[in-house]
Design a binder for this molecule. Structure first.
Ligand SMILES: Nc1ncnc2c1ncn2[C@@H]1O[C@H](COP(=O)(O)OP(=O)(O)O)[C@@H](O)[C@H]1O
Ligand code: SF4
Ligand SMILES: [Mg+2]
Length: 350
């Protein structure tokens, strides 16, 4: 999908969030900026610990007590969410911004029927009678393709499979027609076939309802077919951002290349990772001054450790010194070749 020029639904600028404890400060998010446009699916990807969930939690102001937004802004619908009080935020969460998390079992109340939980969400945010809310709940279950919708409202969460529970969570997230849906690893706990069904459902709902979606995952392969643009995060920073096709065809950042090379081959029944990136992510209690990927990067130069690169490029850009106008050109000129095989495996169809 081509994104026409329009105002973003969500604008995150220079967002920095840290956790404070006796051990000191953990700099989970270190100045993240991105936009989400109406009707697009934005993927946020990166290995575990790169700051994806804390970015989402900061947007929704759902941080634990030890977490604090240190700086930056989050504009949604003309308001800066970082400046709102708790009462106004409650009106936005679950209403104008829907949320889905990884494990529906911990998000659903095991003591209430799923129908009760959907109806409760509707009544919390909308002026409706119980009967109207119930009718809407049936409609929502049909929308997320839960068979025998009216019947299944009477079931408890444990009576559903993992995939069906995630559909219930999606129904709850959609209950109030949100403008934006934030889905954090919504399919990670599910097997590969169910994952694809749920992602297909999200994409279908996005085009039918016209909302914007932020889809967070550690698996770049999973989201190639459903996202319009991708933000790659590492060490609490945006490393690369661009339209999904460009990013798969011409990854600019060595980290993105590493992620692409580690995408499992779906034709291989073991779904094994091809080539994992050697090494491990930085300790965010002591983030490096320079590029956080330096110890793992096959292209690292002296400059990389000394200073954090800015993002080079607009539209499709990367935070990497290799894209400085005076950098040696071997990396950029060889872009694309080594990942073209990956693209055939899981890249967006052209
Ligand atoms: N409650 C917490 N207290 C201290 N550090 C935290 C807390 N939650 C997350 N972090 C740290 O913040 C960083 C980013 O975490 P997170 O956003 O959850 O990563 P992911 O990309 O896997 O979603 C990690 O280094 C993690 O250890
Ligand atoms: S800035 Fe340097 S270390 Fe970081 S990704 Fe680019 S080349 Fe590698
Ligand atoms: Mg996470």
């Amino acid at each position: 999908m081509t994104i026409p020029q329009m105002n973003p639904v969500l604008s995150v600028r220079d967002l920095a969030t840290s956790f404070f404890s006796q051990r000191g400060e953990v700099q989970a998010v270190r100045g993240v900026s991105f936009d989400v446009f109406p009707g697009e699916v934005l993927g946020i990807v990166g290995e575990s610990g790169s700051g994806k969930s804390i970015t989402a939690m900061s947007i929704l102001r759902l941080l634990k007590a030890s977490g604090r937004i240190k700086s930056g802004s989050v504009h949604f619908d003309g308001q800066d969410l970082t400046a709102l009080d708790e009462a106004d935020l409650r009106d936005i969460r679950g209403n104008r911004i829907g949320m889905i998390f990884q494990d529906p079992m911990t998000s659903l109340n095991p003591t209430l029927t799923v129908g009760e939980q959907v109806i409760e969400t509707i009544l919390r945010h909308r002026k409706a009678t119980r009967a109207e809310a119930r009718a809407r709940a049936v409609e929502l279950f049909e929308l997320v393709r839960i068979p025998s919708a009216a019947e299944r409202l009477k079931s408890y969460p444990h009576e559903f499979s993992g995939g069906m529970r995630q559909r219930v969570m999606i129904a709850i997230a959609l209950a109030c027609d949100p403008k934006l849906l934030i889905a954090d690893e919504p399919t990670t706990a599910l097997d590969v076939t169910i994952q694809r069904q749920i992602l297909g459902l999200l994409k279908d709902l996005q085009s039918r309802l016209g909302m914007a979606i932020i889809l967070i995952t550690h698996d770049l392969g999973v989201i190639a077919e459903v996202t319009d643009r991708i933000v790659v995060m590492y060490g609490g920073l945006v490393m690369e951002t661009g339209p999904v096709r460009d990013l798969f065809a011409r990854p600019m950042h060595p980290y993105t290349r590493g992620l692409l090379a580690s995408v499992p081959d779906l034709r291989d029944e073991t779904h094994r990772r091809l080539t994992p990136i050697p090494g491990s992510p930085p300790d965010m209690a002591h983030p490096p001054t320079g590029c956080p990927f330096t110890p793992r990067c096959p292209h690292a130069m002296r400059q990389c450790q000394a200073a954090l690169p800015p993002i080079f490029g607009t539209g499709h850009g990367a935070r990497c010194w290799l894209h400085h106008p005076d950098a040696p050109s071997s990396f950029t000129s060889s872009s694309g070749g080594e990942v073209s095989a990956q693209r055939r495996v899981r890249g967006p169809s052209s």
